[in-house]
Structures are given as C-alpha cells and as structure tokens.
Design a protein around this ligand. Structure first.
Ligand SMILES: [Zn+2]
Ligand SMILES: [Zn+2]
Length: 270
C-alpha cells in the first residue's frame, strides 16, 4: 500500500453467504498487503435476522474471536447491517450482543423490491429508474435517523448494478438535492460516509460515492470518511483503497477514520 495508514473497513469472509475466504486468510492477506488496520464486516441482513442472520452473526463473531492476528496489524471486528429500516430491532439486538468495533449501515434492497443485484434496469424507463433511486435515498435517510451504525455503506449501491453491470447510464445530478440531504443528516448525526472502492476493482470504474459527490460532502462540512474495498475474497482485499485515498486528499480531506468500539479514530491521509 502507498498510504502509511491505509486501512480496509468493509469486506467479507466466508462467514457471509457470498464470501469465499476464511477470516484467517483475510487477516493474513491484510497483513501481507501492509494494511494499517483491517476491519472484517460480514453481512447481517436485518430483514432476514430471525430466520438466518441471528445464527450467522453468532458464527461470524466466534470466528473473529478465534483468529490469530499477526504482529503489526490492527484487527477490528465489524458487521454490515443490511436493510436496517426493515427491522431496527435486529440491528439493536446484534450490536448489543457483540462487542463490535464498527457497524456499517447499508441498503441492498428497498422495501418490497429485490436486491439491486437482481433488478434488470435495461428494460426500464428512465422515470422508473429515477423513482427506484428516490426510494433508495429515502430509506438511507430513514436509516440514519434510526442509528445503530457508524458509517453509511456504499451510498450509491444501485449504480454498481444499473450502470456498472447493465451499462445503463444514470445521471445523478438530478438527485443531488436528495443526496445532499443524506450528507447533512450524516454530519448532524455524527455518522461517517464510506468510500466504497469495489467499483475500482470491479466493473463500475469509480468509487461509491464518486469524486463529485465526495466533493459535495466535503463542501457541506463532512469530514468523517471510512474506506472499504467490499472484497469478498483475499484477491480483492485492499483493492482501490490507495487510489481512493489519493482522490480524497485531492478534494481536501486531510484525515480519514477507523472505528474502535464505535468511536472514530482519526488517521492522517498520508
Ligand atoms: Zn453491502
Ligand atoms: Zn459488503
């Protein structure tokens, strides 16, 4: 890594249904890459907590307790809370049960819709796509008001699939007012914004949110940034983090943050 304090605060092991590498192999890879801090954040989909993720969260926590952490690496225990507004009680319970350092709040599917991973937007009109996006921003705003997390994950997640996978161009400028409202709410509530770099090793070709939106967040006074590759295996771990840190520095950010026991620890972007 080029950045002295490069840290990856969003990624998955095989404790997530879509993860492929063991927690130990992820940690060993983080050390090999020379990451400063490494936070593992396996999935906990709140809307499927009762039947599935209560048990999964327990297994993931046990796995994190068993790992051997190589000397020189800071290992932090995290979780990615999906669809928090659909069951805030699940988020409350899981974060009260385990002593996480960090919780990401993420929306993968809006209420009564499939995960954007499964929605084919190539056959949809622009108006329909815009309406899905508006509902997405509304649920992110709702999630911020509910709490139980530290950083908002992949703010522009639908774009990963609509534009990155399906090649349907989305003009976000007409959504700037809604997104600015999300930024203001994050700032007011002391929550961080994640720079998700999966688009730099994946098909999207940019971070989520992209540099233009990061500039707006900065302009509104946002200073809490986390960085996460969203890797689901050792090969993608740390992917795009150095590049995204360069971009943040060019925008004017001097620091970013990692979380310990849900408290931000500021680190220089050097
Ligand atoms: Zn996610
Ligand atoms: Zn993730």
């Amino acid at each position: 890594m080029n950045h002295k304090y490069a840290s990856d605060s969003h990624n998955h092991s095989d404790c997530s249904p879509d993860g492929r590498s063991t927690p130990q192999s992820m940690i060993d890879r983080a050390h090999e890459l020379g990451l400063y801090a490494y936070t593992l954040t396996d999935h906990c989909e709140c809307n499927d907590y009762e039947h599935n993720y209560r048990g999964r969260a327990e297994k993931a926590w046990e796995a994190m307790e068993k790992v051997k952490v190589p000397e020189g690496l800071i290992f932090l225990r995290g979780i990615e809370l999906g669809q928090l507004p659909e069951d805030p009680g699940a988020a409350r319970e899981v974060t009260a049960t385990y002593d996480y350092d960090f919780a990401i709040g993420s929306i993968h599917n809006i209420k009564d819709e499939k995960d954007f991973y499964y929605i084919d937007c190539r056959s949809k009109r622009k108006g329909e796509i815009d309406s899905l996006l508006r509902r997405y921003w509304e649920e992110e705003l709702e999630m911020i008001s509910l709490g139980h997390f530290d950083a908002l994950g992949h703010l522009t997640y639908p774009i990963r699939y609509i534009q990155g996978e399906q090649g349907v161009e989305v003009d976000l400028t007409t959504h700037y007012n809604s997104i600015d409202e999300i930024f203001r709410s994050l700032i007011k509530n002391g929550k961080a914004l994640e720079v998700n770099t999966s688009g730099l090793w994946g098909t999207l070709g940019m971070t989520m949110p992209d540099a233009g939106l990061l500039k707006r967040y900065y302009g509104l006074g946002g200073r809490l940034l986390t960085f996460g590759s969203d890797a689901h295996n050792t090969e993608n771990l740390g992917g795009g983090i150095d590049q995204a840190m360069d971009t943040a520095r060019e925008i004017g950010f001097k620091e970013f943050t990692i979380y310990r026991r849900h408290k931000p620890q500021m680190l220089p972007l050097e």
